[in-house]
Design a protein around this ligand. Structure first.
Ligand SMILES: [Zn+2]
Length: 106
């Protein structure tokens, strides 16, 4: 059974890791993204240089958003500027915490 532990939280975004199987989850409102440890680092590596302003579109309400294709299914994530900031700062904090955990446990 999974035993998720919160490793970072920013706004509505939480990153958890299962204490048993080490699966990493990103909880972002109604979206839940699941990664293995390696996949999580690949995702961080692939997204680290993305800049919100380079990808702006308008949603049906005329609000500036960035649409982010999910790597797994035909569903996209939509971020406002604030949500984008929360998402990536939660991710970066999580990556930092995981590095510290690894140093402690190895
Ligand atoms: Zn688990």
């Amino acid at each position: 059974m999974c035993n998720p532990i919160v490793i970072s939280r920013e706004g509505d975004v939480s990153v958890t890791q299962c204490a048993n199987c080490k699966v990493i989850n990103i909880w972002n409102r109604n979206a839940l993204m699941t990664f293995s440890f390696d996949e999580f680092y690949k995702f961080i590596e692939a997204t680290k240089d993305l800049i919100f302003d380079d990808y702006i579109e308008n949603n049906p309400d005329g609000i500036e958003v960035v649409i982010f294709p999910s790597p797994l299914v035909d569903i996209s994530l939509v971020f406002t500027r604030v949500e984008w900031h929360e998402f990536f700062s939660a991710l970066n904090q999580a990556a930092y915490m995981l590095q510290i955990y690894q140093m402690v446990h190895c």
